[in-house]
Design a protein around this ligand. Structure first.
Ligand code: 5GP
Length: 209
């Protein structure tokens, strides 16, 4: 019995380098869910192996700014010199169809979504400790020393914002973290406030009073 007609918006967020992308991929590899990933748009150049339309929609700055003007993003942010944004139309379409839509975005963007869609589920992915995050950023080896430093400085400013989220999941081990995110999604689905309306309708609660 499905109690929610509208899908659930799930926002995975947290500092760069925390492993959000890896947790998201592990989440999608788990069995027994029907999640949809919202592919973001960015002006950052593709990294080796990244596929347009899969990892991101890679666009020029002019194209991105045109879309900002047309209000085509649910949220967007400038992150270390590049734009990143969530195309609005696909998200709406999937939610209307009753799907769970997963966004994997940085902190400013997540806080914008929180304003617009307070009924979403907001999960802060945290590193086990600061050193682990810094090691990860260095190991990735895809950015210049300057960019890595900028990402680290940004992470320092983002650590205190975890309290604005509904859940904190520590990425100590990727599959554990993905399991916990899936457990959160399942629990959120069953939350009374999300399902009582439909439940009452189905059970005809209050009809004979
Ligand atoms: P990266 O360049 O490492 O792929 O991404 C940089 C940061 O931007 C990461 O924290 C990533 O989660 C975030 N990001 C990716 N897509 C979006 C998006 O659509 N909106 C926002 N606000 N952040 C995004």
């Amino acid at each position: 019995m499905k109690l929610n007609e509208r899908g659930l918006l799930v926002v995975l967020s947290g500092p760069s380098g925390v492993g959000k992308g890896t947790v998201r991929k592990a989440l999608f590899d788990l069995e027994g869910h029907d999640l949809v990933y919202s592919t973001s748009m960015t002006t950052r150049p593709p990294r080796a192996g990244e596929v347009d339309g899969e990892d991101y929609y890679f666009v020029t700055k002019t194209e991105f700014e045109e879309r900002i003007k047309n209000d085509a993003f649910l949220e967007w942010a400038e992150f270390v010199g590049n734009y990143y944004g969530t195309p609005r139309d696909k998200v709406e379409e999937h939610l209307k169809a009753g799907k769970e839509v997963v966004l994997e975005i940085e902190v400013q963007g997540a806080l914008q979504v929180r304003e617009k869609a307070p009924d979403g589920v907001f999960v802060f992915i945290a590193p086990p400790n600061k050193e682990a995050l810094y090691r990860r950023l260095l190991r990735r080896g895809t950015e210049s020393a300057e960019t890595i430093q900028k990402r680290m400085d940004k992470a320092e400013r983002e650590f205190p914002l975890a309290h604005k989220y509904d859940y904190i999941v520590v990425n100590d081990e990727v599959t554990n973290a993905a399991d916990r995110v899936l457990a959160i999604i399942r629990a959120e689905h069953a939350k009374t406030e999300r399902s009582i309306h439909k439940y009452n309708e189905l059970m005809e609660v209050g009809k004979n009073e």
